[in-house]
Design a protein around this ligand. Structure first.
Ligand code: IMP
Ligand code: MG
Length: 175
């Protein structure tokens, strides 16, 4: 699916190359650990499904539903809409996120997960938009830093559409 009014920012091949590099790095770092990848619904599902297939280690996958966004405006209010299926105490948690924008969602989630006594928690985000930072969060594994654009595709949506676009692009405001 490649709608004409989405201008390509990162093409599919560029994304796949970077995902494989992140997977190789994670593979090196998590040998002999108890890795659980936690995907933030729904934006990270496409990224996480590609990422885990480049991690050459046993791992478990879980998902958390988070909502912090209405339209294109960050509300600053974070809500857990669906929780993990299993406890994470003693686990080496890797949060997998599509994009860190203001940082509000991830700072809330990092705090929330820490209360569940995992052995470690790290964050892997495909994208980072530093221009809009309101709370600084450490991104241990980062795909790409981008300018202050609202992007869609590869899991990212605008009002639930465009998640299945195979590249990351910018909506053409004139359309
Ligand atoms: P934050 O709390 O402002 O860091 O926003 C985090 C969430 O907002 C992300 O997980 C995305 O779901 C959504 N978001 C932020 N920027 C964009 C964007 O450019 N496109 C699509 N969704 C975005
Ligand atoms: Mg998200």
């Amino acid at each position: 699916m490649s709608p004409a009014h989405v201008n390509v920012l990162l093409d599919a091949e560029t994304i796949q190359r970077r995902v494989a590099e992140l997977g190789a790095e994670i593979t090196r770092d998590y040998r002999d650990k108890d890795l659980v990848t936690i995907g933030c619904l729904k934006g990270s599902t496409v990224f996480m499904s590609d990422l885990v297939r480049t991690i050459d280690l046993p791992l478990r996958m879980d998902y958390l539903g988070l909502r912090s966004y209405e339209g294109t405006q960050s509300t600053g209010v974070v809500q857990i809409t669906s929780d993990l299926t299993r406890p994470i105490d003693g686990c080496d948690v890797l949060i997998v996120e599509d994009i860190v924008d203001t940082g509000l969602t991830m700072s809330y989630l990092l705090e929330n997960l820490a209360t569940r006594h995992p052995r470690s928690v790290k964050l892997c985000s495909l994208l980072h938009k530093p221009a809009r930072t309101r709370v600084k969060v450490d991104i241990h594994y980062l795909g790409f830093t981008i300018e202050d654009h609202f992007v869609v595709g590869y899991g990212l949506d605008y009002d639930e559409l465009y998640r299945n676009v195979p590249f990351i692009g910018i909506l053409d405001p004139s359309k």
